[in-house]
Design a protein around this ligand. Sequence first.
Ligand code: SF4
Ligand code: SF4
Ligand code: SF4
Ligand code: FES
Length: 962
Amino acid sequence: MITLFDPNTDIDLGTPARDSQVQVTLKIDGRSISVPEGTSVMRAAALMGTTIPKLCATDSLEAFGSCRMCLVEIDGMRGYPASCTTPVSEGMSVHTQTPKLATLRRNVMELYISDHPLDCLTCSANGNCELQTVAGQVGLREVRYGYEGANHLADQKDTSNPYFDYDPSKCIVCNRCVRACEETQGTFALTITGRGFESRVAAAGGENFLDSECVSCGACVQACPTATLMEKSVIEQGQPEHSVITTCAYCGVGCSFRAEMKGDQLVRMVPDKNGQANHGHSCVKGRFAWGYATHPDRITTPMIRKHINDPWQEVSWDEAVTYAASEFRRLQQTYGRDAIGGITSSRCTNEETYLVQKLVRAAFGNNNVDTCARVCHSPTGYGLKQTLGESAGTQSFDSVMQADVILVIGANPSDAHPVFASQLKRRLREGARLIVIDPRRIDLVDSVHARAELHLALRPGTNVAMLNALAHVIVTEGLLNQAFIDARCEGSDFARWREFVSRPENSPEALGPVCGVAAADIRAAARVYATGGNAAIYYGLGVTEHSQGSTAVMGIANLAMATGNIGREGVGVNPLRGQNNVQGSCDMGSFPHELPGYRHISNEVIRAQFEQAWHVTLQPDPGLRIPNMFEAALGGSFKGLYCQGEDIAQSDPNTQHVTAALSAMECVVVQDIFLNETAKFAHVFLPGSSFLEKDGTFTNAERRISRVRKVMEPLGGKADWEGTMALANALGYPMHYQHPSEIMDEIASLTPTFSNVSYAALDRHGSLQWPCNAEAPDGTPTMHITEFVRGKGRFMLTGYVPTEEKVNNRYPLLLTTGRILSQYNVGAQTRRTDNVAWHEEDRLEIHPTDAESRGINEGDWVGIGSRAGQTVLRARVTERVAPGVVYTTFHFPESGANVITTDNSDWATNCPEYKVTAVEVSRVYHPSEWQKRYQEFSDEQQRLLDERRQARAAGTHNEGRR
Ligand code: SF4
Ligand code: SF4
Ligand code: SF4
Ligand code: FES
C-alpha cells in the first residue's frame, strides 16, 4: 500500500473528536451539518470540507485559542469568536468567509510574518509548512510592519538532540509543541519563556534538549507547524514524497507508522494517526531509531565455515542452504532425528515464525522448536490458559481509558512500553488511581501530574506472596464479587481457593514481612483494587521471569475473577509483551508442545489436520525447550540448531552455560542482520532482513494483528521467510509461497482463532484483534465478555514457594534486571543508532546505603558476582532501588548481565528467573575474567569477519548473492 506523499492525506480536522450520543445540527456558510455535542465549530466545518485557517490548532491536541487565525462570525454572537474553542450549538449559523474575517486574518498573519525569517525556498519545511499554507489561504500580499523577524536570526539553534533540531528563529509560539509534550506524551518537558516577540520554547531541566527532561518521543516535532522543530533527516534529505504504512518492530505496543520515503530512501517515520494501538504517537525507538537497518555492520552475503575458529567464506544462498541442509541431514543420520532443532524469533513476522516451526516439525521431523518467549512470557501462556482458557491479554490498550484503578505489577511501561505509558498517564491525569507493585521506584511512581497512590516496593521474588496477601484481604474483608464468581467461575475450584487464601499464613501480617512491605499498605492496595470501580492489572516480565512466574500469572487472574474485573472495558489482565511479536510467535506454534493456535501436539485430531495440509507425519510428543536443547548439546545428543533472529548467547541466562552448549554443536545456522553474539558460534550465516525489507504481520500485546509492509528490497537478497523456504527446499521438503499473504492464508485455514484473517481483511480494517473468525468477523477487542474461553473461569491454588536463590553472607544483595527507554532487548539494533546518546553502557544501580558500606561512588567500576559468574560494570548510586537490591540492564554484550543470572527457572515453563539473583558487589579496578575472555573471543571473531571482507575487497571471493 504505497501512497503518494501528501501532507493532507490525514486531514487535520483542527480539534479532537467528541464522543457523544447527542447530535447537534448547525449551519456553516448556509449548509447544514450534524455533529456530536461538544464538537468545535472548526471541526464541524472541516468535516464538511470547509477549511478555516488555523495555526495553533491541530486535531491531536485540545484547542488552545492563541493564534486568532481561525476567527468566524456567528449569527447572534458578538465579535469574532475563535472557531477552535467555540463548541457547536443547535441552530447555530456560522460564516467562515466574510470580507471582515479576511481582513482580520490577514492582519494576524502579517504580524506572524513580520517576525519570521522569509527563507522559504531554502527552508526544510518548504512545501509542508502550515505557516506557508495559511499565508496562502488568507491571501497575504504585503507586510506593513517590516520584517522584524530578522531580529531572531541570531538566535542559537539547539542541535543537541541526535534526531531533531530546534531553530527558535522560526517559532511562532503556537504552543503546539508544549501541549504535545503534555497531552500526548505526558512528559511536560517544554515551556514558553519570555513575553511578546521574545517568547520562545525552552526544554526544562537542562541547557538544551539533550540534557533536558525530554525523552525524544518526537510528538513536539510532529505537532510543530513550521520548521522550528524538524527532523535532522528531513533537513539533510529534504521532504519525503511517498509513504508506506507499516508497524514498528521494537516493542509489544505495535505502533503503526507511515514510513515516509524519497525514492528508495527512508526519510522519516511518522506515527500513523489512524494506528489503532498508538493513535499517532510513538517513542524514540520507533520514530527515530531505524538507522540500524542500513548500518555498515549489516551482513548481506551468506557465509559458511567448518569450525568456529575458521575464517568465514562468502557463498551464494544456494551454497549456504545446501551446506546447512547437508549438515543437518548428516547430524540426524549420525545422532538421530532429534539431534537438531530450531528457534523462532519474536522480532520476525507471524508468517516467518510459522514457517520456521513448520520447517522443524515437517522437514526436521521432530518438535524441537522453541522461541524467545520461553525466556519472557511463557508463564503468561501457561497461567492464563489454566485460569481463563486463552494464552493472551484480555483487553485493548484503549481500555485503560475506562479504568478507575490501575494496578501495575512487575512492569515499567515508561521505559518498555512507552506509548502505552503515555496513554496510561493520560488516564491518571483524568483521575484514575494507581497502585505500583515493583521493587524499583519506576517512573510511574512519581511522574509529573501522575503519581502512584501506593507503591509496594516488594523484595524481588515475592510476587506470589504479595498476590496471595492481596487475595486474603479481598476474601476475608468481604470484597469478593460473589455474583460474578457464581455466574462465571467453577464453584469447587473457587471454594478451594477461598479456603486457601483465607488461611492466616496468607494474611498481609504474615506475608508482609516476607515481601518487605507494610501489611497496612497491602490491605490498602487490596481495598482500592477491589472497591475502586473498574480495576485493570498490567504486568510484565517482573511477574513472569521468576521461579514462580506461572503461579504469579495465575494469582493475577484469580484477583481479576474474584473481583469481577474481567469481561468488559476498563478491567482485565494485561500482559505487557516485551518484543514486538512475542504474542504472534506464541500464537504461531513456536512452543515445542503446541501447534499454531495453542493446540497440543498430542491431540490426534488437530495433528491430523496439519498432517493433511503439510503432507507429512508429525511426531506426537513435545520436543525440546531451549534450556533442554542446551542440556542435550552439553550431553552430546543435540548437535544442530537453526536460529532465526534471536541472540540466545546474549539474551539467555547463564551465558557461560549457553556458549558452552553452542560450542558443543556441530552446525549452528544463524539468520540475522548482524553478526550477533550467537553468530560468533555459527557455522552458517544467512543474512536476515529488517522489518523495512519485507511483508508480513506482527501481533501486539492486545492480540492486534497489523501489517508490516516492504519499504525497501532486502539487502541480503531474501526476506527471512524466503530464507527459511530455501532451507526447507534444500532439505527436500517443498515450500513454494509466492508472497507472505499465502502463508497467512494457510495459517487462517488451520487456526480457528485466525480463520477470518487475510491481508485483504487487514487492509480493510487497518488491523484485527484475534479471535477473528465467523463468530467475531471484525475481531475481538475484549475477551471473555459473557463466558471464559474455557467456559467457566478456574481459580488456581497459588502456594508461595520462596525461590532457591537466597541471599546469604557470600551473596547478600538481590540483582534484578530490566530495560531502559532508549535501548531495546539485546541492543543489536538500538546500539547501532544514535540512541546511545542516552545510554552508552549498562550500569549497576545501587542504593546509597549499600554503596557507602562498600566504598562505592557514582561511576566507580564494581564487580558483581553470583554463583553463576562474575562481571564488572560502572555504578549508578540511586534511591530508585531499595537497600539490598541492585539493578542493571542487559543491552550491551560486554556487560555480561546474563553471565551473572542463574539457570533457575519457572517450574511450569522453564522461563528463567532473571529477576532474582543473589550477588555481592565490590569496588574493582579490572574487567572480570569472563570479560577478558569475551573480548579476546570477540576480537578473534571480528578478525575472521574482517578477513572475509578483505578477501572480498581483493576479489578473491565471489560476490555471492543469490
Ligand atoms: S520530544 Fe517528546 S518528550 Fe521531548 S520535548 Fe518533544 S514531546 Fe516532549
Ligand atoms: S516550536 Fe513549533 S510548535 Fe512549538 S511553539 Fe514554536 S512553532 Fe509552535
Ligand atoms: S512504543 Fe513500542 S511499538 Fe511504539 S514506537 Fe515505541 S518501541 Fe515502537
Ligand atoms: S487555530 Fe484557533 S486560535 Fe489558533
